[in-house]
Design a protein around this ligand. Structure first.
Ligand code: ARG
Length: 579
């Protein structure tokens, strides 16, 4: 639609200029005023003329009437003036002749705005779980929003670097080492993996806390031991470093299973530990810039002037903090990748953290501070579906996926008992349902997760759109490969509606990137799926009598398969050829 919109904008511009050659208005202004009407019966595009009233010194009604009278061309079916609005209907024939061949030619690359990112690099920091702490549903957001943003930027021609900034350094390892030395069993951990580590972690935390109600005293001494073990780690103690490496390895193995289910791969796993030796130089620079203040023994950067509490750089004992590491990591990434944009995806709870250290980077004089982007998302809670909660009262991401997959298997057994490759398909649909449900919401909103709703085959869900994709594949499989007809012929409203839905792909991609909002794509997928299903139900495809009509419909089905498939891969949704 972008091309059609700009064609029409130019025509309107010409007419506006002919009303008043002096009017201070550009083609871009006109293009940005063109809207999609809420109800497609009103037309495909609407132009609100009141916005030109002042510049043209005429009433909106007059302007609309004048433009409607003269606006014409093969791409326009009709232009009507209604209450100061210009309602424009695009010619189905024109749309079909222009959009359909382009989709069939570019296949899954249709709609890719590669001009946007050409020659540019984006670094994306996402997922980034804290080793030895549970990888829970709170991480769903950063993992799938982060990956979707990576895919979107790739689609738009950017070179992308996906970084899993593992929380692989910190006092939690001191705790884990203490716990392991007290209660750990090597063989059990080898066998049980991360669950056993989390168990140890939860147990040590509970032991340190004690249980006042039941008369179990707190064990502050263990917290001291943990700090001591971590300090030993920082000093390079061999035994502790070996344990730490082992813990990280075990955790990674587990995370990778989840990433594989989602089809996610990272380009770098450089976690917090990697930056240990890169912090002193930045701490020094902060000092040199005269930014450092000592407050009760700790080193801080005052940010009162900017309406924020101080950013903590060093604790009283000289140890570094989360912001210190982020600053060092950003400098390293800038030097290493020379990014044009560095995106960080975390929950809204970290908004202040990012604002603070972004400001410190600016005050340090790094001119690329404005290339740092924080993309926050709301919290996820669970409701309805009862999910097994393990240790620590959190729902693990892998358990959520496992339950979704199990439920899909049960549904499939009823619906399609002979399906081949059922396990893989159930995994794709179960995981896809969770992802899709999650990504239907604006990222900033808190969401209440309901597994039953997510898994429904006839709501606005992952299973529904994956089923639609499989339906298109099955039509195409039945008819076999065919050539495009010499001319496409559109005879039904549903066909035109499907083309129009698909034609918006590029604009949706641009909006999703501009707003860092994958839900724009999720909703686009729903629009196309709904349009495809209406078309499928109303129009005979393989059995259409007229040869050209049949060929057009088959090619339309093929186009829908490409567009859906392409959009699926932007949001971590697997393409299911059969369900
Ligand atoms: N590991 C952190 C957490 O789980 C998230 C890290 C986000 N990335 C960053 N560069 N701070 O809360």
């Amino acid at each position: 639609m972008i091309k059609i919109k700009s064609l029409i904008s130019e025509k309107i511009y010409g007419l506006v200029k002919s009303i008043n050659a002096e009017a201070d208005i550009s083609v871009q202004d006109i293009a940005s005023m063109l809207e999609y009407p809420p109800d497609s019966n009103m037309g495909d595009l609407a132009f609100p003329c009141f916005k030109l009233s002042k510049a043209l010194r005429r009433s909106p009604v007059q302007i609309a009437a004048t433009i409607a009278e003269s606006l014409g061309g093969e791409e326009i079916e009709s232009a009507e003036a209604v209450n100061g609005y210009l309602n424009i209907k695009i010619s189905d024939k024109y749309l079909c002749e222009n959009i359909l061949p382009e989709i069939l030619d570019k296949k899954e690359n249709y709609g890719a705005p590669t001009y946007l990112g050409e020659g540019k690099t984006v670094v994306l920091d996402y997922s980034s779980p804290n080793v030895a702490k549970p990888f829970h549903i709170g991480h769903l957001g950063t993992t799938v929003i982060g990956h979707a943003l990576k895919k979107l930027h790739e689609f738009a021609g950017y070179k992308c670097v996906g970084i899993n900034y593992l929380g692989d350094w910190g006092t939690q390892f001191g705790k884990l080492i203490v716990a392991y030395k007290l209660w750990g069993d090597k063989a059990q951990i080898e066998e049980g993996g991360i669950d056993k580590l989390v168990e140890l972690y939860v147990r040590i935390n509970n032991t340190i806390k004690g249980d006042e109600e039941n008369g179990i005293p707190a064990r502050e001494d263990l917290a001291d031991n943990a700090r001591a073990e971590f300090r030993k780690m920082e000093d390079g103690d061999e035994e502790n470093i070996a344990l730490w490496k082992w813990f990280v390895e075990i955790s990674l193995k587990e995370y990778e299973k989840t990433y594989k289910q989602l089809g996610i791969e990272f380009d770098s796993y450089k976690g917090e530990s990697f930056y240990t030796d890169k912090m002193p130089a930045q701490v020094e620079k902060i000092r040199e810039c005269g930014l450092m203040k000592i407050d009760d023994g700790a080193s801080i950067v005052e940010l009162e002037e900017y309406g924020m509490p101080p950013c903590l750089i060093l604790k009283r004992d000289g140890s570094t903090l989360y912001p210190t590491r982020d600053i060092a990591a950003a400098v390293y990434r800038k030097e290493h990748y020379n990014f044009d944009k560095a995106i960080y995806v975390t929950s809204t709870q970290q908004i202040l953290h990012f604002k603070q250290w972004f400001k410190v980077v600016e005050l340090m004089g790094y001119d690329w501070h404005d290339q740092l982007v924080h993309v926050p998302y709301g919290t996820v809670s669970l409701n309805g579906a009862k999910l097994a909660t393990r240790t620590g009262n959190v729902v693990l991401l892998k358990d959520l996926f496992a339950q979704a997959i199990e439920k899909v298997k049960i549904i499939m057994e009823e619906k399609n008992p002979d399906l081949k490759g059922r396990d893989d398909i159930a995994e794709a649909v179960g995981v896809g349902a969770v992802v899709f449900y999650y990504l239907t919401n604006n990222r900033i909103k808190d969401i209440n997760f309901n597994l039953e709703d997510a898994l429904s085959f006839d709501g606005n869900t992952g299973p529904y759109v994956q089923y639609t994709y499989a339906r298109a594949c099955s039509v195409l499989e039945k008819v076999g490969e065919i050539e495009s007809p010499a001319e496409f012929v559109i005879t039904a409203r549903e066909e035109a509606a499907l083309v129009k839905a698909m034609a918006q792909y590029e604009e949706k991609v641009l909006t999703a990137i501009r707003d860092y909002e994958p839900s724009v794509i999720t909703r686009f997928i729903l629009d196309v799926a709904v349009a495809f299903n209406k078309f499928y139900h109303e129009c005979k495809i393989a059995t259409a009598e007229d040869e050209t009509v049949r060929a057009t419909r088959i090619k339309l089905t093929e186009a829908a398969k490409y567009v859906l498939g392409s959009a699926f891969s932007l949001i971590c949704l697997k393409k299911t050829e059969r369900i």
